[in-house]
Design a protein around this ligand. Structure first.
Ligand code: GDG
Length: 469
């Protein structure tokens, strides 16, 4: 594909992929880096560092063919914007945890300030024909700030988390202002049609909006195009990784330590949205209800810590430590324990090996924009003898992965039933379900996601209407 335009990617953190063999940062970073190579351009965001006083000084680096431009933020920005409005207000709210959402004016001010700072720092890098692609809930009002500075380029936004139902969204103070700022984009992408519809419902109900088919919404005197673009994994890279020495060794190791037993695996960032407590209770219920199967399973939950400076994340760790201890205390024997709870980060190739050795992939978030672990688990299976994916119906991935065993992640009994069913499933059914799942993982991979979004954003036929610039 020849691409005349440059792409400017903006996200809170900038993570170009590491060189082959090193620990890499995941499919999304790979896809964005690949997009930048294809289109040329720049990836802009926060450096991850703080500075006593914001200067807007850019650190521009060429890393493995990708140009990154990063900026330091002040400590107060970190508190109010990143740990504050992004991770204590929007993240819990968009994951339906209104009980955990903190609403402080200072957070909102910090969020606006950082979005303004990002816009002012980014502005000089933008050339007239660039496509600008902004990512995620940290940067929702960035287009508005860029428009204020006179930027007329096409700007797209992709939301990696769910867009919540209307009644949940209106818990946010000044929700209308936030949504109004989204009408400065040309294109807004969601993972699923359900989130897209929830956004539309908000706009129709709260902003007297109207729908203008296909996929267009008019409100606040402006028109925006919306679409669903389900993100996927880098299937080719994953297949290469599965063949690596480290993946094979890890697979062999896990197979060796589960002789005569089936491995059930969960891999998640340690986050309350991932349904870990309910999952642990589901496994405990399974052990209680199936004494005859107890010695036939080992559950491994890998959960590297994340966002450790947010209190809700510290608290969940304590509760999970206690629960895992209780499960092993209740069911372990002198020569055997049913549960392994591991709080560290593994290399991606090692994770691939672990997935490959597991008879069950247990992926039960209470809410999740998409969930890439479900797709990685499927990609890692042996086509001749695949394992079974047990998946929350509240993950965006459930919309594409209906051949998984779909469960209500809030119900330990539902999880226990699905585990029993997965463990006793005949090979023919496992193969049939896996084939359908794998087909989808391959078809809707990260390249398809990237290309369909960029094509929609670049679509010259879609002219911006009513922009306030
Ligand atoms: C957000 C949305 C959406 C996990 N542990 C380790 C490790 N991981 C990797 C997994 C997977 C990634 O992290 C997690 O991706 P998810 O999609 O499951 O979840 P979030 O981090 O919450 O991502 C989500 C996604 O954005 C993309 O739009 O799907 O809904 O919440 O790739 O493998 N990677 C390594 N070591 C670990 O220990 N290396």
């Amino acid at each position: 594909m020849t691409a005349p335009q440059r792409l400017v990617v903006v996200s809170n953190r900038v993570n170009p992929p590491a060189a082959q063999g090193e620990e890499s940062v995941g499919g999304l970073a790979m896809a964005l880096a690949a997009a930048l190579k294809q289109y040329s351009g720049v990836w802009f965001g926060w450096s991850g560092q703080t500075t006593p006083e914001f200067t807007g000084e850019l650190n521009v680096v060429e890393q493995r063919g990708v140009t990154t431009a990063t900026v330091d933020l002040e400590e107060i920005d970190l508190d109010e914007y990143y740990n504050g409005y992004a991770n204590k207000t929007l993240w819990p709210l968009f994951h339906y945890r209104t009980d955990l959402a903190a609403f402080h004016r200072a957070f909102g001010e910090g969020y606006r300030r950082v979005n303004r700072r990002f816009a002012e720092t980014l502005r000089p890098l933008i050339q007239p024909n660039d496509l600008i692609w902004i990512h995620d809930y940290h940067l929702i009002p960035l287009a508005r700030e860029l428009r204020r500075l006179g930027v007329k380029n096409r700007i797209g936004f992709f939301l990696h988390v769910p867009w919540p139902a209307h009644q949940v969204m209106i818990n946010l103070p000044r929700h209308r202002q936030l949504v109004e700022s989204m009408f400065d984009y040309d294109l807004i992408g969601f993972h699923t049609a359900e989130y897209q519809q929830a956004f539309e419902e908000y706009v129709l109900n709260e902003a007297d909006g109207v729908t203008l088919p296909p996929g267009r919404l008019r409100a606040f005197g402006r028109t925006v195009e919306t679409g669903s673009f389900p993100i996927g994994i880098d299937v080719d890279d994953f297949a290469r990784m599965m063949k690596s020495g480290r993946a094979r060794r890890m697979r062999d190791l896990m197979t060796a330590c589960t002789v005569f037993r089936h491995l059930i695996v969960g891999v998640d960032r340690l986050d309350y949205s991932k349904g870990l407590e309910e999952r642990f209770l589901g496994f405990e219920t399974f052990l209680q209800q199936n004494p005859d199967l107890r010695r036939e399973v080992l559950m491994l939950q890998i959960a590297p810590p994340s966002r450790e400076s947010v209190e809700a994340y510290q608290e969940i760790r304590g509760r999970l430590d206690a629960l895992s201890g209780r499960i092993n205390g209740e069911f372990a024997d002198v020569d055997w324990a049913p549960f392994r709870w591991v709080n560290r980060n593994y290399r991606r190739d090692e994770l691939a090996g672990i997935y490959g050795a597991a008879r069950v992939g247990l992926v039960t978030p209470l809410r999740d924009g998409m969930n890439l672990v479900a797709k990685e688990y499927v990609a890692a299976q042996d086509p001749e003898d695949p394992g079974v994916l047990v998946l929350s119906r509240f993950a965006g991935a459930a919309r594409q992965m209906e051949e998984a065993l779909l469960v209500n992640p809030n119900s330990p009994e539902d999880i226990a039933d699905a585990l029993k069913r997965a463990l006793s499933m005949e090979k023919a059914e496992r193969v049939r379900r896996w084939q359908a799942l794998y087909e989808n993982v391959v078809r809707e991979d990260v390249t398809a996601w990237r290309d369909s979004f960029v094509a929609a954003l670049a679509d010259e036929g879609a002219t911006r209407q009513g922009l306030a610039v």
